[in-house]
Design a protein around this ligand. Structure first.
Ligand code: GLU
Length: 450
């Protein structure tokens, strides 16, 4: 058994049943095998054994009262995974699927993503198995207050700085910030993704989606191509998908789909962005309402679609942007995309493609941007928000957007150059894993056995 396989086997024995976490670890460790063989100090320093073990995992009870006066209980989590490069940084996810494995995989990915940005941020993640769907504003507030009543003791502007993720946007960040301030008496940059009225950064809301599209643009430029005129499938209907669609329009592409947990919209003429924002950001309703305005669009409900695969990837397009959630693009979807002529896949979500789907894209040598590189724009702009808070400044939209572009260029270059240096030109999965790992590993060695 190789050294890497032994490490994975040990992990499966000591952290049983954490499938998503194993998936994320296997992908990274398999990429770095050549590096481990050539740099003996990584083994001597037990770098990978230290890296797969979170510095700290916090699990807590979140009790709250619903509108009927009944008490509900959820599980809350914060994983402080690695602080070699800076304070723990990463979002909070509120979704019924959240469990220890999901939070751990997200925290693990976050370490390398944050490292790739070149910024001084470590990796962390958190959340709760709370389902915000159908909950009143008052229920959301009570839940957020209860969640922060435990979380506040673990976080701080120079220790751990949470942000949003699925189910956590500016409204939830507002309620959590209010509670943090009330308990601690401190007004400080302890959360990012804040409202523009009180400490948020311009362009933070747009950053993950815009960043993913900038990344796609740089991948295509390196291949002598551009996004102009390209038909693009996008999944998701949250922050990432919405602003990926917006930026695709800015760059002359035609985004033709979006999706939510209940179904997919395909609109050949191009997605009506104002309507999408109105349904999701203002009315917080199902995407099904889209066809009430556009009868020429198609709606395919999840219930009507066979188990194996996802409707959104079965349409003809030049490019695909999975921007919804983990494992939303499986190998049969990957094959369907390739058969339909797709030559670019950029992951706006975290680990949206299964390992087999990723292997299919890499084998086909299409332009493939893995999430930990392509969606780094969100967390990078969170760090810009931290910098503005710490210096008591507000930068303009143009300033932040220009920095975001530079950071995405840096992420692309470092992944692309590293892939070439280690003999797999164009393989950005490999390049991103090695480049991210190297930065964290070297910092850990310099800081000693901690
Ligand atoms: N949740 C986002 C991510 O997956 C953003 C994290 C942050 O801004 O800290 O990277």
């Amino acid at each position: 058994m190789t050294y890497i396989h032994q490490t994975i086997t040990d992990l499966k024995r000591t952290s049983p049943s954490q499938c998503e976490f194993f998936q994320a670890v296997e992908e990274v460790l398999e990429s770095i095998e050549p590096l481990l063989e050539s740099v003996p100090r990584y083994k001597k320093q037990a770098i990978i054994q230290r890296m797969v073990e979170p510095e700290r995992q916090i699990m807590f009870r979140v009790p709250w009262m619903d509108d009927n006066g009944d008490i509900q209980v959820n599980k809350g989590y914060r994983i402080e995974f690695n602080s070699a490069l800076g304070p723990y940084k990463g979002g909070l996810r509120f979704h019924p699927s959240v469990n220890a494995s999901i939070i751990k995989f997200l925290g693990f990915e976050q370490i390398f993503k944050n490292a790739l940005t070149g910024l001084p941020i470590g990796g962390g993640k958190g959340g709760a198995n709370f389902d915000p769907k159908g909950r009143s504003d008052a229920e959301i507030m009570r839940f957020c207050q209860s969640f922060m009543t435990e979380l506040y003791r673990h976080i701080g502007p120079t220790t751990d700085v949470p942000a949003g993720d699925i189910g956590v946007g500016a409204r939830e960040i507002g309620y959590m910030f209010g509670q943090y301030k009330r308990i601690t008496g401190r007004y400080e940059g302890v959360l990012t993704g804040k409202s523009l009225l009180w400490g948020g950064s311009l362009a933070r809301k747009e950053a993950t989606g815009y960043g993913a599209v900038y990344f796609a643009k740089y991948m295509l430029e390196a291949r002598g191509d551009s996004l102009k005129g390209k038909t693009c499938l996008v999944s998701g209907a949250g922050n990432v998908a919405t602003y990926a669609i917006e930026k695709l329009y800015h760059l002359g592409a035609i985004p033709v789909s979006c999706s939510d947990s209940r179904g997919t919209i395909y609109h050949e003429k191009g997605i009506d962005l104002d309507l999408l924002k109105d349904i999701k950001e203002v009315r917080r309703k199902s995407l099904k309402e889209y066809i009430e305005t556009h009868s020429d669009a198609q709606y395919i409900s999840v219930a009507d679609y066979p188990e194996d695969g996802h409707a959104v990837w079965r349409f003809k397009a030049d490019a695909a942007f999975p921007c919804a959630t983990q494992n939303e693009l499986c190998v049969s979807d990957a094959k369907a995309l390739l058969e339909n002529g797709c030559t670019l896949v950029t992951e706006g979500a975290n680990m949206p493609s299964t390992q087999e789907a990723v292997d299919t894209f890499i084998e086909a040598k299409i332009a493939f941007g893995p999430g930990k590189a392509a969606n780094a724009g969100g967390v990078a702009t969170s760090q810009l928000e931290m910098a503005q808070n710490a210096s008591m400044q507000n930068w303009s939209f143009e300033q932040v957007d220009a920095k975001l572009k530079d950071i995405m260029k840096h992420v692309f270059n470092i992944a692309n150059d590293t892939a070439a240096e280690f003999g797999q030109p164009g393989n950005l999965v490999f390049g991103a894993n090695i480049a991210g790992f190297k930065r964290v590993a070297e910092a850990m060695i310099e800081q000693g056995a901690v």
